[in-house]
Design a protein around this ligand. Structure first.
Ligand code: GLU
Length: 321
């Protein structure tokens, strides 16, 4: 028997389970809809450092759920850029485009619990209903227009648009515990589970895929923190394991806005054209995390020896080249 086996035989000969392994399994889940920018790459580095800090591993998920925007050439360039930085992955990737049967099974399960209803609202209708006088809803929350339609009303609405499927959450309040940002209290609105083109929503896919890959910690950009309560709720309802959340700050342009193509050199390809090779970019990103001095080019393994999750700067970084 290997000495590190997570089980042992008791004196009675029965197998005694010694408890779950504390080694984390993280994931990085890019959508192959374009090149990764330095903000995406920094998040990937942090996901790798976080998983490896406790001798765990990082897995890759390809979020190619949306056939309209996913392109194999983007997946190739994203994988090449991650490899060039030294962000490595354990095992085979999970590809969302292969997961439709699992998503469908979960939709059936939610429907059997009478938690789904068809929603015919367009984005504009939702915005207008949410902005109506006397309606006080958090930004972007669903105002409940289709929640209690009767069959006649549904049939009528179905003439104009195909239906998406939403879950009934009763606007439950959830406390999300985030490793870096602390407790976040959110109300979970009725959110989309299946889009009106029949594709499973990101929210459904992500919790099912985390379960499938055995993910124990989710490290991702803080722009996704506000939607995390939905995932906690959905994991409860579908009896999936909860994960630890560790949202990380973003990289912004010099005006303090989200990075975009127009901000100039923001991808590895752009930066290589300016004679910044991936080692230099890694060093610059490490510098924004307080893990390197200007001009240093530490490897990922060197960064691991310096990484301390408790010392992560929580304000967004500014990218200047
Ligand atoms: N593909 C998603 C994104 O790029 C992943 C989000 C997540 O990590 O859950 O935004």
């Amino acid at each position: 028997m290997r000495s590190d086996a997570p089980w042992s035989c008791g004196s009675s000969g029965a197998v005694v389970v010694m408890g779950a392994s504390p080694r984390p399994t993280g994931r990085y889940a890019p959508s192959p809809s374009g090149d990764l920018h330095v903000g995406n790459l920094r998040t990937a580095m942090l996901a790798w450092l976080s998983a490896h800090h406790h001798n765990g591993e990082l897995r890759l998920r390809i979020d190619d759920l949306d056939p309209k925007v996913s392109r194999p050439e983007h997946e190739l360039s994203q994988r090449a850029d991650l490899a060039a930085l030294g962000v490595t992955f354990a095992g085979a990737e999970l590809r969302q485009s292969t997961r439709t049967p699992a998503y469908r099974a979960a939709i059936v399960q939610l429907d059997e619990h009478d938690l789904l209803y068809p929603c015919f609202c367009s984005r504009r209708e939702i915005r207008e209903a949410a902005n109506a006088p006397h309606v006080h809803l958090p930004e972007g929350a669903y105002p409940g227009t289709c929640r209690n339609l009767d069959t006649t009303q549904r049939n009528q609405r179905a003439q104009s648009r195909p239906a998406a499927l939403r879950v009934r959450t009763n606007n439950v309040q959830i406390d999300v515990v985030d490793r870096h940002f602390g407790i976040q209290t959110e109300f979970v609105d009725d959110f989309v589970i299946q889009r009106n083109d029949g594709v499973a929503s990101y929210n459904l896919a992500t919790v099912l895929d985390d379960e499938n890959q055995g993910i124990t910690e989710v490290v991702r950009g803080s722009d996704l923190l506000a939607g995390t309560a939905r995932h906690v709720w959905l994991r409860n309802v579908l009896s999936l394991r909860q994960v630890e959340h560790a949202h990380v700050p973003l990289v912004m342009n010099s005006a303090g806005e989200r990075l975009a193509k127009r901000d100039g050199a923001v991808t590895l390809t752009d930066l290589e054209a300016r004679h910044m090779n991936p080692d230099v970019v890694r060093g610059r990103l490490a510098e924004t995390l307080g893990l390197a001095e200007p001009g240093e080019t530490p490897t990922m393994d060197e960064l691991l020896t310096r990484y301390d999750p408790a010392a992560l700067p929580l304000e967004n970084a500014i990218w200047r080249v």
